[in-house]
Design a protein around this ligand. Structure first.
Ligand code: ATP
Length: 369
């Protein structure tokens, strides 16, 4: 979904940089976030995800560059004046207050004052939205982890922000509840139609929830794209490794074929791969190919390079079996074999020699990190 290209931009980072003393936490971020978009910042610990979010919220000021909301530079606006709310990892609820008091807290602080009835109606609406309609009088300690999470959400949406920022909001939940909350959060976002920006280091979470993902690496944006774009066309080695799994192999371009290229591997096999950027014969490149982009055969197939490798490990995963193979020149290769296809490989075990079948056009040439 090309939100930003449609011109419906709600927030924008323009060459935004943040330094904490000598630490460069965000390095010239450039990013446009669309109205109604679900965008995730994904990256390992310390890459600057939270810093990006906190700058948008107004908890940190950029050292250089700008942040725009609705086209306005909001650099000088304090956090409480921005049309933005944040849900924190540990929810930051007030334990001595009831659920309804927690949700209405921000509304009660508003000046000029809001009428009591108005506050009560808004709180009730927010609690209904997160399916806690009957829980208003309860105390926070009487609520489960998942319910507390929803209270935090209700508190964040009660004053109808344009953007909701979520800093690892599911990190404290167990796996099952986490999966449930992910789906709930997504349907809440679709229902409210407001922009959600999620920080996470969990790639499954980012892939399953986001319209677009901003992959962060070492304080910089490594790539921005839809989950499918990032998976199918990782821009570089870092993204190929971080999103899903990939076999990454060095090679030398021998020929250009339109949007593809013929690449010679270290084993002297020639493979036809996608070339998302212009390359020339003689260029040294890295190729990424997903484990499901390779097939295994008991014999070679005409027209395909004959790459023979030895099975080092087989991992049963239900619908698929993951094979790890070793090749003397190519090293280790992962191949994901559907159960159906495995029937054509009877009697295979660790130590068996198999043929890796690399179909033309599978895999792609990576850019520089
Ligand atoms: P995590 O997933 O662990 O929360 P992150 O990707 O959100 O990590 P940030 O919290 O944005 O990363 O931190 C980026 C870098 O900036 C880190 O090196 C961190 O130590 C540093 N940093 C963040 N906040 C501060 C601060 N207030 N003072 C000094 N350094 C900071």
């Amino acid at each position: 979904m090309a939100y930003a290209e449609q011109g419906e931009v709600i927030a924008e980072f323009v060459d935004t940089t943040k330094r904490f003393g000598k630490v460069l936490a965000a390095d010239r971020l450039n990013l446009r976030i669309g109205k109604g978009e679900f965008l995730s910042f994904l990256g390992p610990s310390g890459c600057g995800k939270t810093t990006a979010l906190r700058m948008l919220a107004g908890f940190e000021a950029p050292t250089e560059g700008r942040i725009l909301i609705d086209g306005q530079d909001i650099g000088a606006e304090p956090a409480h004046r921005r049309p933005v709310n944040m849900v924190f990892q540990h929810y930051a609820l007030f334990p001595h207050m009831t659920v309804a008091e927690n949700v209405g807290y921000g509304l009660r602080q508003r000046r000029p004052k809001l009428a009591k009835d108005d506050i009560a109606a808004r709180v009730a609406r927010a609690l209904d939205t997160v399916r806690l309609g009957d829980f208003g009088p309860r105390r926070i300690w009487e609520m489960s982890g998942g319910q507390q999470q929803r209270v935090a959400l209700a508190r964040a949406i009660v004053n109808e922000p344009k953007i909701l920022l979520l800093d690892e909001p599911m990190a404290a939940l167990d796996a099952k509840l986490r999966a449930e909350m992910q789906m709930e959060l997504l349907s809440l976002q679709r229902k409210l139609g407001i922009t959600f920006i999620l920080v996470t280091h969990d790639q499954q979470e980012a892939l399953s929830m986001s319209d677009r993902i901003c992959i962060m690496g070492k304080s910089r944006i490594a790539q921005i794209g839809t989950p499918r774009e990032l998976y199918d066309r990782p821009a570089n080695r870092y993204v190929a490794d971080f999103v899903g799994r990939a076999n990454i192999l060095p090679g030398t371009v021998t020929r250009n074929i339109g949007e593809h290229a013929l690449v010679r591997l270290a084993s002297n096999h020639d493979v036809v791969v996608e070339a998302p950027r212009p390359v020339n014969p003689g260029d040294k490149v890295d190729i990424a190919i997903r484990p499901e982009g390779l097939r295994l055969g008991a014999s070679a197939e005409p027209g395909l390079p004959d790459i023979t490798a030895t099975v080092a490990r087989m991992t049963f995963l239900g619908e698929h079996v993951e094979y790890l193979l070793r090749h003397p020149d190519l090293g280790e290769l992962q191949v994901m074999v559907p159960r159906q296809a495995e029937r054509a490989l009877p009697g295979v075990d660790v130590g068996t020699q198999l043929h890796i079948l690399w179909d033309q056009g599978n895999g792609l040439i990576l850019g520089q990190d």
